[in-house]
Ligand binder design. Structure first.
Ligand code: BG6
Length: 495
């Protein structure tokens, strides 16, 4: 017998995005540059690169690949160079299309839209005393447009968008000064958007600090010491922002955002179970601190072994304990299979944990597994560990969609993927009883891929006419999945 589930009445359905991949307008309205504005395009085989200059005029590029070490040469500072293509500069131009895009979201029945504020649009240098009014006004227009349709915004304060000036002056999040700089930024936007925004996320995929330290922490030297300090500074900043948010408006809720992947052992060899345990610890360290409120012993021991010394204060730990995140949100696209044994077929994943191919699953062209049960596994895992409300703020399928001559996209592969994901999520809610606040699929409208900087790795319900080198009319065309998702939201049941 087919079971029919319904989601809670106040469940949030929607889509997610990030300013650096979507917004564009990189030098309009007084905006300053951010970390991603100096990151070139790449592909499945060619990494994106940070372009840089030294004070004595030398220029160069350094590849930035998730899961690989990253360090700019001594004296190099990220900077724009001629003759490179930077996909964040226009994204898919939400800056000029926000009315049209939000209308599409409303047509699908969204009651939530996740977006990030481009920190350097509001504070061009990241720590200016006074905000750029034009930057604030842009998001006012966006939030007002959302309100017109009853769409609640879910706002990420930093989705890899550390202002470039802070990177060049302080080396990014390795400097403790970043804590108060971030709190100052949060103070401005939480006061300004009071009444318009009540759901906030501090750092997108905070565990990116370890996997992509330039993205996650604006680190130009991603050494283990700097990553540990960068993470510590973000934890303290997060707790200060939770405290501040509650003081500004008691309706504010501030979530953590974690990149989650399920890990499976390839064999029953205990060595493979240990490998999985360690991979999970690396990931869950971030939620153990930010949501759980304390530094786990396994990480402290690791710091001791590796000679990592934190620039910390006793009151940091009190803050972390007293002001953990109000809820735990996460991205989850896929699962990874790990082994200590030889295995031929390699795989990828959004955390580049890589590993080997799972013979039971299908893969997209970028090597990411399509795992039908991953959300139920993720939700149970995180609920059992923290007992805090959960929120799926990213899940989706990157695919090389084709626009037909009559401007259609027949993305049945995406519909199949999402059908399985939503079923898995509904099982966690209805069979396992897990409190889930909502689901914002990545992404409402096509945008630039974070990992490769490509346009052709598409995720949206709405196709945008733009190619990997920035050519195209930017016109929007709803895909088949657009109508499918609309029905899912309207029916609130498994289909
Ligand atoms: C998440 C990020 O890791 O995965 C997004 O928060 C990103 O910014 C998404 O776009 C999908 O990854 P990619 O590399 O396919 O764009």
């Amino acid at each position: 017998m087919t079971k029919t589930y319904s989601m809670p009445k106040d469940f949030y359905w929607g889509g997610a995005s990030a300013a650096n991949q979507y917004e564009g307008g990189y030098n309009e309205g007084g905006k300053g540059l951010n970390a991603i504005d100096v990151l070139t395009n790449g592909s499945a085989t060619e990494p994106r690169k940070v372009t840089w200059k030294t004070n004595d005029g030398k220029t160069g590029v350094t590849p930035m690949t998730w899961g690989k070490e990253f360090k700019l040469p001594d004296g190099a500072k990220p900077a724009l160079l001629d003759n490179y293509y930077y996909p964040s500069h226009e994204g898919t131009d939400f800056y000029h299309h926000y009315k049209e895009d939000i209308k599409y979201m409303a047509e699908m029945g969204f009651n939530m839209f996740r977006l990030s504020l481009n920190w350097s649009r509001i504070l061009p240098n990241g720590d200016d005393q006074e905000p750029n009014e034009e930057g604030l006004a842009f998001y006012d227009k966006v939030f007002d447009e959302c309100a017109k349709y009853g769409i609640e915004p879910l706002v990420t304060l930093s989705h890899y968008e550390t202002p470039l000036s802070l990177i060049n002056r302080f080396g990014g999040w390795k400097d403790r000064k970043m804590i108060d700089i971030f709190v100052h930024y949060a103070d401005i936007v939480m006061n300004h958007y009071k009444g318009k925004v009540k759901y906030w996320l501090t750092f997108n995929e905070i565990n990116a600090m370890d996997m992509a330290p330039y993205m996650g922490g604006g680190l130009i030297d991603g050494s283990k010491q700097n990553r540990a300090q960068g993470a510590h500074n973000q934890f303290v900043a997060s707790s200060k922002v939770v405290k501040l948010a509650h003081e500004i408006d008691k309706n504010n809720q501030v979530g953590q955002m974690l990149a989650y992947s399920a890990y499976y052992p390839y064999t029953s060899d205990p060595a493979d179970q240990l490998l999985v345990m360690k991979a999970k610890q690396e990931m869950l360290f971030y939620s153990d601190v930010q949501t759980g409120g304390h530094y786990p012993e396994y990480r402290l021991k690791e710091y001791e072994r590796d000679g990592i010394k934190l620039d910390d204060r006793p009151e940091d730990y009190e803050l972390i304990k007293e002001y953990p995140a109000d809820f735990l949100s996460f991205s989850c696209y896929t699962s990874n299979v790990l082994t200590t044994h030889e295995a031929d077929a390699k795989a990828n994943g959004n955390m580049s944990a890589g590993g080997v191919k799972n013979p039971y699953l299908g893969y997209n062209a970028w090597g990411w597994a399509t795992d039908p049960d991953v959300l139920r596994i993720a939700l149970n895992d995180l609920w059992d560990r923290y007992h805090k409300p959960l929120f799926i703020v990213e899940n989706g399928l990157g695919w090389g969609d084709e626009l037909t001559e009559d401007h259609k996209v027949h993305d049945d592969y995406r519909i199949n993927y999402l059908r399985a994901q939503i079923k898995s999520m509904e099982e966690a809610v209805n069979e396992d009883g897990i409190p889930l606040m909502g689901y914002t699929m990545w992404s409402a409208i096509d945008l630039v891929s974070n990992g490769t900087g490509e346009m052709k790795k598409r995720y949206g319900f709405v196709y945008v006419d733009r190619d990997d080198m920035g050519n195209g009319s930017l016109k929007r065309y709803p895909k088949d999945s657009f109508n499918w998702y609309k029905k899912v939201i309207a029916s609130q049941v498994k289909i």
